[in-house]
Design a protein around this ligand. Structure first.
Ligand code: ADP
Ligand code: MG
Length: 266
């Protein structure tokens, strides 16, 4: 049966018993499910083929194929694992490792950064960072990610993507950008959100928000330590050329003090 119920009533999908809705995105719904043979808990991301092929969505079958190929290539304790991909005439199902704790969005925790393996996520935000029952962070949702092979002859990525509040200034400039550097910016926004409880660049008017991002206009709350302020100013550096790099992050005093003990995966 290809019917995954909207009401969370348990239905069988192949060998999976589908349970409650875990989360929704623009093109996907994610359900908890259980492998009836092994009892393993999984998360099933259901993407409607009709929705993604609707004109004007800017989201295509090629994006899904890329999401699958990138997820298949990644094998890391801090990246959500793809178990299998199933498809029917109307839907595509990503069967993934279930991450129990939910989104970082709902947590108060310190930020952490992913190792750069030539994959650029391009949509890093607390909704796409999941936390397991041990408090370990897992990066998910590679729907907008790119790999080294998507770089054009000028050595830059050109696709406009991401979520407005987390988007780097150079993406707004539409002149091409370095995928690793835009992820560093988004990490800066995430780190700010985790410590402040609100966004660094925000405005009810989208254009006004973009202007603030473009000019790097943000203010730190009183409770931010001087080290955190300094570190953030290096992540939220509007010029991508002078912005802190992943290698430099690992050597930063604030990062070392707050995060090194957690970096047992390096
Ligand atoms: P979209 O591409 O539509 O944004 P996501 O892959 O980000 O879809 O999934 C939407 C939401 O579903 C996430 O923000 C999260 O709340 C939940 N979710 C996704 N994957 C998992 C998972 N493996 N385990 C638990 N919850 C998940
Ligand atoms: Mg998402």
């Amino acid at each position: 049966t290809e019917n995954v119920p909207e009401n969370g009533k348990n239905a069988l999908f192949g060998k999976y018993e589908v349970g409650k809705l875990l989360g929704c995105g623009a093109f996907a719904k994610v359900y908890h499910a259980r492998d009836v043979q092994t009892g393993q808990s999984v998360a099933v991301k259901v993407i409607s083929k009709k929705k993604i092929s609707a004109p004007g969505t800017g989201y295509l079958m090629s994006n899904i194929k890329r999401e699958i190929s990138i997820m298949r290539r990644l094998d890391h304790p801090h990246i959500v694992k793809l178990i299998e991909v199933l498809a029917t005439k109307t839907k595509i199902y990503f069967v993934m490792e279930f991450v129990k704790g939910g989104e970082l969005f709902a947590k108060v925790a310190n930020g952490r950064f992913t190792e750069d393996r030539g994959v650029f996520h391009r949509d890093l935000k607390p909704e796409n960072l999941l936390v397991d029952e041990n408090g370990n962070l897992k990066v998910s949702d590679f729907g907008l990610s790119a790999m080294n092979d998507h770089i054009r002859h000028d050595g830059l990525l050109h696709t406009l993507c991401g979520t407005p509040a987390y988007v780097a200034p150079e993406i707004l400039e539409k002149k091409g950008y370095d995928g690793a550097r835009v992820d560093v910016w988004s990490c800066g926004v995430v780190l700010y959100v985790l410590n402040a409880g609100y966004l660094p660049f925000n405005d009810s008017n989208l254009m006004a928000m973009y202007k603030k991002i473009y000019n790097g206009e943000y203010r730190c709350p009183k409770w931010f330590s001087p080290d955190l302020k300094r570190f953030l100013s290096r992540l939220l550096e509007t010029n991508p050329e002078t912005r802190i790099t992943v290698d430099e992050i690992l050597k930063d005093p604030w990062f070392k003090k707050e995060c090194y003990k957690e970096l047992n995966f390096y």
